[in-house]
Design a protein around this ligand. Structure first.
Ligand code: F6R
Length: 263
């Protein structure tokens, strides 16, 4: 696990975008796992900027999203399909057939979740999975007590998650409380996982993720079981980490070796 504490969100965002762009130049049809919410927005802006500057060709990029609300149509402003079209797919000019979402409509949702898993496999698996983390430690919509080996399925959202996201809904609007989400096992199958966390309200989850025991009460702690995971955070999200000084020292050493060209 690599832990990278950045001076601010902007610095972290630039580093994450750079990691994705490097992977894309090596594998233009990479399968990029995406999250929604406020955390990944800076990275999406950087990718769109690279597209506009013509430095990278995104035409073969394939994407899959972590989760989606059950009961919202694709054009509902709060649906994650709408969010992704607005913030990434349309600005990059990605054809709709390049993007996969967990199922939320039509009959046989459970069977459709299995088909979604099969599709991920057929596409060769996720190369990089981008994650944010809920203040209660959820990843995707794997709420506390989710099985650490779960696959894509339907999940009921907790009161905490509903309260965190209530700001996106009008007062009299029905907020969906059911979602389909990649499971923790599905996420752990990605070849590389990049987690971003910004702000003091994420500090408890970040501490549980990196320095706590692995337990389903903090789903994000399951990432300790993955061989290639990188956490990028700002100073406030890192404020409860006991080994902050060590993570900084590792990073400095890494930068030093990189400068000498021998890493
Ligand atoms: C959304 C998702 C969620 C968010 C998490 C953090 O696709 O997977 O797990 O990453 O709720 O949300 P923000 O980034 O809005 O703080």
């Amino acid at each position: 696990m690599r832990v990278i504490i950045c001076k601010d969100r902007e610095t972290a965002t630039a580093l994450v975008a750079q990691e994705i762009l490097i992977e894309m130049t090596q594998k233009p049809d990479m399968l990029l796992g995406l999250a929604t919410g406020s955390t990944p927005l800076g990275v999406y802006k950087k990718l769109v900027q690279a597209h506009r500057e013509g430095t990278v060709n995104f035409s073969r990029l394939r994407t899959c999203n972590l989760d989606e609300y059950v009961g919202l149509s694709a054009d509902h402003p709060q649906s994650y399909r709408h969010f992704m079209r607005q913030n990434l797919f349309d600005p990059l000019g990605l054809p709709p057939e390049n993007s996969l979402f967990p199922p939320t409509e039509g009959p046989g949702l459970e069977a459709q979740c299995e088909t979604f898993e099969d599709k991920l496999q057929e596409m060769g698996g996720i190369d990089i999975q981008l994650l944010g983390v809920g203040s209660n430690g959820h990843i995707g919509f794997n709420e506390p007590t989710s099985s650490l080996v779960s696959r894509t399925r339907l999940k009921t959202l907790t009161e905490k998650t509903l309260a965190d996201n209530a700001r996106f809904y009008a007062q009299n609007e029905k907020q969906p409380d059911l979602a389909s989400t990649m499971g923790i096992g599905t996420i752990l199958s990605a070849r590389c996982i990049i987690v971003q966390a910004f702000g003091a309200h994420k500090a408890k989850a970040v501490h549980a993720a990196i320095e706590g025991p692995v337990m389903s009460l903090w789903p994000v702690s399951s990432l300790q079981m993955h061989p290639k995971v990188v956490f990028y955070m700002d100073e406030s999200a890192a404020e409860l980490l006991n080994m902050r000084a060590y993570y900084r020292q590792v990073r400095e050493n890494e930068e030093d070796i990189q400068k000498r060209g021998s890493l």
